[in-house]
Design a protein around this ligand. Sequence first.
Ligand code: DHB
Ligand code: FE
Length: 287
Amino acid sequence: MTTAVPTASGSGNAATAKFRTNEVTADTSTDRAAAIYKDVLGKLSEVIYEHEVTYDEYRVLKQWLIALGEGGEWPLWLDVFLEHFIEDSNSRIFDGTKGSIEGPYYVPDAPNLGSDAALPMRDDEVGTAMIFQGQVRDLDGSPIENASVEIWHADSAGYYSQFDDGLGIPEWNLRGTFSTDADGHFKIHTMQPAPYQIPHDGPTGAFIRSYGGHPWRPAHLHLKVTAPGKRLITTQLYFQGGEHVDDDVAGAVKPELILDPQPGADGVNVVNYDFVLDPESEGRFVA
Ligand code: DHB
Ligand code: FE
């Protein structure tokens, strides 16, 4: 098995470029911005006084922030170290399936594959074959037909298609959009992913080394599940007993999001996971 991992500047710049194609706005009022700004600086100042942060440390921070931007690593760093707080804070009020972070590697409009199909993959795609299946329901337990289940995940070497640093992975490799059948079911044939190292040869890696940490995320599937009139859930699923489930660098594991695949026929692992969707609601919590 290859040990290659994406370079931070390669995948980071690709993630930055993709993100910049989005229109991003927020309807934050001046009052709210003032309140957040005051609290952020207030809490930062407490840290500075408590630890008596030195001028040398301040200059290292400035240099590091410049390098983070120049290396295109803002999406990497933010999605690893901050996004899980944003996600958790915004989703606490909902009753359906738990969410988790989106991360930097989502691409919309992955090919439509129906309710039962294999993800696009290479003939020699490495890994243990896995069937990931389940049902999408509403809060009352009724199955939802034509719910959309988008899935994307890394290959065995930790690369996501379209962020592969020029390796030539096919455009939609290990990405797809499924729609549930009349009973709300979907069945996805893929490869069980492996633990994943975030790119760590640049400033994000230097940050991790500076506090004696590691760059590993547990193996995970990324998902977006929705249906007309239902709240979109962005989440991730992990694997029982897998490495780094208990010490994810991105802090994005929740106990409700852990799969336990079992060996099935022909060496194919099989696992079931059902999604429950909240009704769509108005207000700032709509994803
Ligand atoms: C990052 C990568 C991921 O695959 C993920 O799920 C979250 C964050 C990152 O490199 O920032
Ligand atoms: Fe990921």
